[in-house]
Design a protein around this ligand. Structure first.
Ligand code: SF4
Length: 430
């Protein structure tokens, strides 16, 4: 079949073409010496003075190139087949694999955002025991939902997921949206999640682009630019659609993700010797993996020293709710203050007016909690009070409640766990 060059090279990019814009820097794929290696095309462009300058016009107008492109298209299609053959043998065994239930796929994709597969597996199983259907999830109380999510972090994911579930039930009843645009209108559903659900549950040819896929494709096609740039993404989308087997788009997407996670690794050398796509890869067995895709500059995290207070009255511990906006929004926490703020004195003044049974500064260990942009270093002060101070607005929770009822972010749950194992004797004393 004649390939659609129109689709591959959007008009607006060709019109932009001039001597200073090197579209070949983005990449173009070619057949070299009859093999399927993808290499940048470098040859004279009759429209431009510069050698290796933009190739769009040459490529677009040349009959020879069209023929080559046909071959290229055939080779590209075979990439999908080779990949699927590998996937059939080596797919990771994951609890959500094999399910075509949109709720299962949606849940796994939301959990997997920013979270390791190993961590997600257990949460996923327990979640489905508690909320086996989208309806049961949509009807669940938000506090219960947050409690089930406890430890997975990035709580806005589950809040959006919950809102979106309610929206789907309200708008579509027992059915699901099947169109990618409809999914994109739901809270918390981005291009990646929508494409994954539509391809796996509804067999739509919607390629996904997560870090794994972008890395594999960048290396295959020897793209040196940041694959998240818009112009590169556009090209990757065209190519991915050609590689994708329309009979098995969901498997194709999952195969790409598996290849990136297990063979074309994010850290360290890719395992080109066992990669099914090495014959088609632009950088196979070379050192270029060190620079493709280009590494992001790591932002330096801000470090914040904090003191966390464990207020105890008899066998109860004080928890307060975080504000509805910002970091760990709406979750339950132990009161804490940053050393850089004046609040620490306010907290101490408050306690001076109460009958403190005992105060204990727990210097060791210092608890660390790392967010994407921030690191908390926390020391703990345990304060045993004779009676509940009315100024403290929150709840007094038993250990049972801490385990069963309140959603407490890991930063504080770790402290409570440590305190619980060290502190039970103290509680008896009061
Ligand atoms: S051949 Fe090597 S670099 Fe290329 S996709 Fe496979 S693992 Fe990655």
């Amino acid at each position: 079949m004649e390939p659609s060059l129109e689709g591959s090279f959007p008009i607006d990019e060709r019109e932009e073409c001039n001597d200073t814009i090197h579209h070949s820097d983005v990449f173009f794929s070619s057949i070299k010496n009859g093999t399927s290696r993808f290499v940048p095309i470098h040859r004279d462009c009759k429209h431009h003075r510069l050698r290796n300058a933009c190739l769009c016009h040459c490529y677009y107008n040349s009959v020879v190139e069209k023929k080559k492109a046909t071959k290229m298209s055939e080779k590209q299609a075979s990439i999908g087949k080779v990949l699927l053959a590998w996937y059939d043998q080596h797919a990771r065994i994951l609890p959500w694999r094999g399910s075509q239930d949109p709720y299962h796929i949606w849940l796994s994709e939301i959990m997997l955002q920013q979270t390791r597969v190993d961590t997600v597996m257990d949460y996923y199983r327990k979640w489905l025991e508690a909320c086996p259907t989208l309806e049961s999830f949509a009807e669940a109380d938000e506090e219960q939902v947050l409690k089930k999510w406890q430890g997975l972090g990035y709580y806005s994911r589950v809040r959006h997921f919950h809102q979106a579930a309610k929206q789907v039930i309200q708008t579509y009843g027992v059915d699901y949206p099947k169109d990618i645009q409809q999914w994109l209108e739901l809270p918390g559903v981005g291009a990646y999640t929508a494409a994954a659900i539509c391809s796996i549950a509804f067999q739509r040819t919607t390629p996904v682009f997560d870090g794994n896929v972008l890395r594999v494709m960048s290396r295959m096609l020897e793209i040196k630019e940041n694959p998240k740039e818009k112009k590169v993404q556009k090209l990757l989308l065209d190519i991915a659609k050609e590689w994708m087997d329309p009979q098995r788009p969901g498997d194709y997407n999952q195969a790409m993700m598996d290849l990136g996670a297990t063979i074309c690794l994010p850290n360290g050398a890719p395992k080109c010797d066992i990669c099914p796509l090495s014959a088609s890869c632009g950088i196979a067995f070379s050192d270029s993996w060190r620079v493709i895709p280009p590494k992001k500059e790591r932002k330096v995290r801000k470090v914040e020293e904090r003191t966390v207070f464990i207020y105890c009255v008899k066998d109860k511990i004080f928890l307060k709710k975080r504000s509805k906006k910002g970091l760990l929004a709406g979750l339950w926490e132990l009161p804490s203050v940053s050393h850089s703020s004046k609040e620490i004195h306010v907290e101490e003044d408050l306690l001076l007016s109460h009958d403190i049974v005992e105060k204990e500064v727990l210097a060791e260990p210092i608890f660390l909690h790392v967010f994407s942009h921030l690191e908390w270093r926390m020391k703990v002060r345990v304060i045993y009070l004779r009676e509940v101070p009315l100024e403290l607005k929150g709840v007094w929770a038993s250990f049972e409640d801490l385990t069963e009822k309140y959603s407490i972010p890991t930063a504080f749950a770790d402290i409570l766990h440590w305190y619980r194992t060290k502190g039970e004797i103290k509680i008896q004393k009061t």
